[in-house]
Design a protein around this ligand. Structure first.
Ligand code: AMP
Length: 305
């Protein structure tokens, strides 16, 4: 089963209360692809400048990630994001966003990319997300992520694309910002009313809430003692969730719940180090072990009498 992702491949500058890095590999599609490749083949569609060298590309090597759709544009610079966190690691403060090579990017999907099984529109301009969706034969599942910037500057385009997808992955604060509704469950229902069948709300260290027309499922975040840098947690989560779903023959409530836990497990590794450093060290076995811990962590018995 194949999964196609479009999103950012980036350089990030990060500051957390525990450390600082001036330039490291980041990007929504980068974290997503590496996480999803634990479960499925991934086709990555994105653009970088010629400052993104072969050495940087090694982040994708040795994994089931096809880079045919990754363009490198001579004379241009790679997307750059600078972010900062205080002791509340759930809130990222953007210091700078430079679209660079993404400012003039017009995604042209190759013929071989036009019929993905699962399509993930990772965080990027909503207009680009729409251009990619329009070029695809309807996939089995289309999912999208976004961020506060696009709610601020491109809300109409974002509303249009949300109405065309099956599943939305979004932060708690973004649900409130997008819907202007304080109550999360009511806000989630407003987004579902636009068209998606499933909403997955990321709540940082408090975990995840999934809302569908018929069910609500909540999962905690893995209780880590050392959270170093939360950057990429959301994209890694989405990669684990969608990568897992793409590997299953049916997408049921049961599989969605498993996918949410796999996503949470992968995200819990990402936040242990800067950039993709921790994600690059682990194996599927580490993921499966932490999945089992997760089950133990959340298990409780029937009430009895
Ligand atoms: P998250 O998983 O939400 O922490 O996303 C972190 C990644 O998103 C960083 O590595 C950034 O490079 C990337 N990013 C930040 N702002 C944007 C944006 N406006 N569009 C696309 N990607 C972004």
């Amino acid at each position: 089963m194949s999964i196609l992702v479009v999103g950012s491949v980036a350089f990030d500058a990060l500051q957390t209360p525990f450390g600082k890095v001036d330039k490291c590999i980041g990007g929504s599609a980068t974290y997503f692809s590496v996480a999803a490749s634990f479960f499925s083949e991934v086709d990555l569609v994105a653009v970088v400048g010629d400052d993104f060298t072969d050495e940087h590309l090694s982040v994708f090597q040795g994994r089931r990630i096809n880079l045919d759709g990754l363009q490198r544009v001579p004379g241009e610079k790679t997307f750059f994001w600078s972010g900062e966190y205080g002791f509340d690691l759930n809130v990222a403060k953007t210091r700078d966003t430079q679209l660079n090579v993404f400012a003039s990017f017009k995604p042209e999907l190759k013929e071989s990319h036009r019929a993905p099984d699962v399509l993930f529109l990772a965080n990027i301009q909503p207009e680009l997300q729409m251009q990619v969706l329009e070029q695809c034969k309807r996939p089995r599942l289309v999912a999208l992520d976004t961020m506060n910037l696009w709610i601020n500057v491109a809300k109409e385009a974002l509303t249009r694309i949300i109405s065309k997808v099956d599943l939305v992955v979004i932060n708690e604060a973004e649900v409130r910002q997008f819907t202007e509704e304080a109550n999360l469950v009511k806000g989630a229902r407003q987004i579902l009313a636009l068209g998606p069948k499933t909403l997955v709300v990321k709540r940082g260290e408090y975990g995840v809430m999934m809302i569908t027309p018929d069910a609500v499922f909540v999962a905690p975040a893995y209780p880590l003692e050392n959270v170093f840098d939360p950057t990429g947690a959301g994209d890694t989560f989405a990669g684990g969730l969608l990568g897992y779903l793409a590997s299953r023959s049916e997408i049921t409530d049961r599989e969605l719940r498993r996918g949410i836990v796999f996503g949470s497990v992968l995200a819990s590794f990402t936040v242990e180090k800067f950039s993709l450093d921790r994600l690059r060290e682990i194996t599927l076995r580490d993921v499966q072990e932490r999945y089992a811990d997760f089950k133990a962590l959340t298990h409780f018995e029937d009430a009895g009498d």
